[in-house]
Ligand binder design. Structure first.
Ligand code: WT7
Length: 664
């Protein structure tokens, strides 16, 4: 460890440990620099070398196209991602290797080998085929963290079906919106899932989304029995998972699809009230998630890798399922909460399975710190050799605690920056090659041309804040925002909602991908991610659009207008605050306050519930009618307005809000 001189702060630096670097896939800074240079200057040979390690039914001859906003990779290649995640490992003699050590929250466990995962995938794919589902059809998956969740995803991919996984924390309204947007033909779910000793009623939530024939596209609902909670099965529509696979053979011919065939849609929050369906393609996504997994997590045949994310988010798609299976790595999968039955559940699991690589979110680490060092100290964590974080900026002191208490003072830490749209990690340390600084995601991965620029697209000076941009496409880049008809006959050459896609990512600064994050680069060129520049919140690593919460609140009969902002929270990074004006006949009360908080929880999901909800006679607005979120943020954070208010349309609104605060 050495002290380096940054322009603004003194930061510690940590060089890759010598013995770690010696055995690493990328073992020196020079090697990293050469890979990065070659990936940008000689992309054909760089990617050819990588893609040759995979199974293609038809090898590509054309590397890529880039017609803003659209990119295509390995353009004329054909493959099936599941062959690369399963079949080839079994064929290479790894059939008995463990794919997943699974741990249910109540303490039940299962072990799934690569052969079993392949056979389960094939049986279930045959079941889906028997329902009449065909390549290109959309299938929504809403499941707990059980092995059947990756099985369902892989079975879809095997048939060329486009899956859309919805996080189990979402409620009926969120499911309905997504099912409708994707016009899904089928939903795969479970009766329930375990969370802190309680059953999450997943099937009930699906039923709630399908009431009054609100989702006419849905023909089938497949239900896995997990918790044996009471549910209703609709005649002719609902079928038990076990009945569907009954008698199905354990092999299923994989559909060879063009590399650009959509693999999945994953909905994520943007700046409008409607979540965006981010589309990823089979070929580029496979290559990038596999390569980043291998180099960033330095995966070796003996590793036991554990990513604690839920598969319902992109982290789980890329780094529990596809990228990790593509490397034939043994993963751990855990169903429940980190503090159930006690705050050492994670450390018990690390100890039990001898986890070597551990990947989690800063919000979880902040909770561990709060719960106390005694919980990790009760367990032997010496199997760990590498730690990772993702999802939000990590405070340097939290990084240092993670290294010292969980990493035994010796594990390298990879702080990985990426997004649902990027598909894979783009800015990150490579642990055997790049010296780390706590709080910095360090440098771009090979193939990634990143920069921090001003509004005109010019690079900003070192240590100055600017906008994070990616200047050329990468293989797992978002292919577009889903719109009905994508890839269907009659819609050839149409890639979804072009205008929304272009406006969102390529308009503000022409010709480059705008990430939506503020960042700075230090004197060494290291990237420091500051946070979102748009109206997207990051609550416990979960992305929440303020507009979504606002449009939910105004659906309540008592609410006239709502403004939602984020404010700092010690554990979750940001928390949701809502400011609400009531319709004439409604009175402010603590009951109504609680009701509105629950309303958001029940409609969208518990994790979106406002931590703070205030009534106000009016919302502060500019003369042009824009809500002054900065003022609301100041009120939520400090209770006072300190900034400039001269553009305020209604000073009384601010006064009223400050008044409320002073009363408390
Ligand atoms: C946003 C993307 C990537 C999987 C999980 C989140 C923030 C992500 C980092 C990091 C600072 C980060 C950004 C980004 N973010 N990783 N290492 N340091 N911020 O995916 O839900 O699409 O959210 O998460 O603000 O834009 P997502």
């Amino acid at each position: 460890m050495a002290e380096a001189e940054g322009d603004q702060v003194q930061v510690s630096t940590f060089e890759p440990p010598v013995d770690f670097a010696r055995d690493a896939h990328v073992g020196s800074f020079e090697q990293y620099e050469e890979l990065h240079r070659r990936s940008l200057e000689e992309p054909e040979s760089f990617w050819r070398e990588i893609t040759d390690q995979f199974v293609w039914t038809k090898p590509w001859t054309k590397l890529r196209e880039w017609n803003l906003p659209f990119t295509r990779w390995f353009v004329d290649g054909e493959l099936n991602i599941t062959v690369n995640c399963l079949d080839r490992h079994v064929e290479n003699g790894l059939g008995d290797k463990i794919a997943f050590h699974w741990e249910g929250e109540p303490g039940d466990t299962r072990t799934v080998s690569f052969r079993e995962l392949l056979e389960d995938t094939c049986r279930f794919a045959n079941g889906l085929k028997s329902l009449g589902l065909q390549s290109g059809d959309r299938v929504v998956i809403y499941m707990p963290m059980i092995p059947e969740l990756p099985v369902a995803m892989l079975a879809c991919a095997r048939l060329g079906l486009v899956h859309s996984v919805i996080f189990g924390g979402f409620s009926s309204d969120a499911i309905r919106d997504r099912v409708q947007d994707a016009s899904a033909r089928a939903i795969i779910t479970a009766d329930g899932g375990w969370r802190r000793g309680k059953v999450i009623p997943l099937k009930d939530n699906v039923d709630g989304a399908l009431t009054d024939d609100e989702c006419p596209s849905v023909e089938h609902v497949v239900v896995y029995e997990r918790c044996k909670n009471e549910i209703e099965m609709a005649d002719g529509r609902d079928i038990w998972w076990n009945d569907l696979i009954e008698g199905q053979p354990a092999d299923c011919e994989p559909e060879s699809v063009p590399a650009e065939h959509p693999l999945y849609i994953l909905y994520t929050s943007g700046t409008t009230g409607k979540p965006k369906g981010v589309v990823h393609a089979q070929g580029g996504y496979l290559i990038q998630t596999a390569l980043t997994s291998k180099w960033i997590f330095d995966l070796k045949p003996d590793d036991i890798y554990w990513c604690t994310a839920d598969i319902g988010w992109v982290t789980g798609h890329s780094y529990i399922v596809y990228g990790i299976l593509a490397n034939a790595t043994t993963g751990v999968m855990y169903e429940g909460a980190p503090d159930y039955p006690a705050p050492d559940r994670f450390w018990e699991i690390v100890d039990k399975y001898n986890v070597t690589v551990f990947y989690t979110a800063p919000t979880a680490i902040r909770a561990f710190i709060k719960w106390g060092d005694e919980w990790p100290e009760k367990h032997d964590l010496s199997s760990l050799r590498l730690l990772g974080t993702v999802g939000e900026p990590i405070n340097p002191d939290v990084w240092l605690w993670y290294r010292r208490v969980i990493g035994g003072g010796s594990c390298p830490i990879v702080d990985t920056w990426w997004q649902t749209e990027t598909g894979g990690i783009l800015i990150t340390p490579i642990p055997g090659a790049i010296t780390t600084k706590p709080g910095s995601a360090t440098l771009p991965f090979p193939g990634v041309d990143a920069d921090v620029v001003d509004e005109s697209g010019n690079p900003v000076a070192p240590n100055e804040r600017g906008l994070l941009v990616i200047k050329r496409p990468w293989p797992s880049m978002i292919r577009g925002i889903y719109k009905d008809g994508w890839g269907q006959p009659g819609h050839e050459g149409e890639f979804g909602d072009r205008d929304r896609f272009f406006d969102q990512y390529f308009k503000r600064i022409e010709g480059v991908y705008l990430a939506g994050d503020a960042a700075r680069r230090d004197n060494d060129g290291y990237f420091w991610i500051i946070g979102r520049v748009d109206d997207v919140l990051n609550v416990a690593g979960h992305r929440i659009g303020t507009a979504e919460v606002e449009s939910c609140l105004v659906q309540h009969p008592a609410v006239a207008e709502a403004a939602v902002i984020g404010f700092p929270d010690e554990i979750t990074g940001e928390a949701v605050a809502a400011f609400v004006t009531l319709r004439g006949s409604f009175e402010e009360s603590s009951e109504l306050q609680a009701e509105l908080v629950n309303f958001v929880g029940e409609r969208i999901g518990r994790f979106v519930r406002p931590k703070l909800l205030r009534f106000t006679p009016a919302l502060p607005k500019t003369r042009s009618g824009k809500i002054m979120r900065r003022l609301l943020r100041e009120i939520a954070t400090s209770g006072k307005v300190v900034g400039d208010t001269t553009t305020l349309e209604d000073m009384a609104a601010v006064a009223a809000l400050q008044g409320i605060d002073e009363e408390e």
